[in-house]
Write a protein that binds this ligand. Sequence first.
Ligand code: INI
Length: 160
Amino acid sequence: MPTDQPRVIEGDLSVRDLRIACVASRFNDYVVEALLRGAVETLKRHGLPEKQIEIVRVPGAFEIPLVLRRLAMSRRYDALIALGAVIRGDTPHFDYVAGECASGVGRVALETGVPIAFGVLTTDSVEQAMDRAGGKGGNKGADAALTAIEMVNLLRRLEP
Ligand code: INI
């Protein structure tokens, strides 16, 4: 029966043959490890085998975009997940580190066409960061993993 509803195009959460890498920073590692656990558990829960997940560690959030770029340009990954924690209390450079990281990640995704989920927390305190890394604010690493899967499948559906 014909309908006059607009066609909706969206990505689903199937993982099929995906290869996904997480780039995780060591700075504030107690927060980032919780984000990473959330991301990996979510990928596995949706059926992605462990051997199709890679983890690359970098010193801090500032280093994330460069490494993402290298991975994206290798064409070995369907999606990438950036995980880090920039906490204002730690540094007067907060705005620079957080800003460079966020704009760098966005630039790499646009430049390479590889979907990159942004799971880098930018918070005023450690407490706020922990809330979002498995506490009462959920786990932003897990959310980023879902975004990565959905975006791969959406971009595949949008291929000409
Ligand atoms: N890196 C972070 O990932 N989080 C932070 O909170 C942070 N602070 O507070 O300074 C931080 N700094 C290090 C930065 O990312 C680089 O690793 C460093 O400047 C060397 O390039």
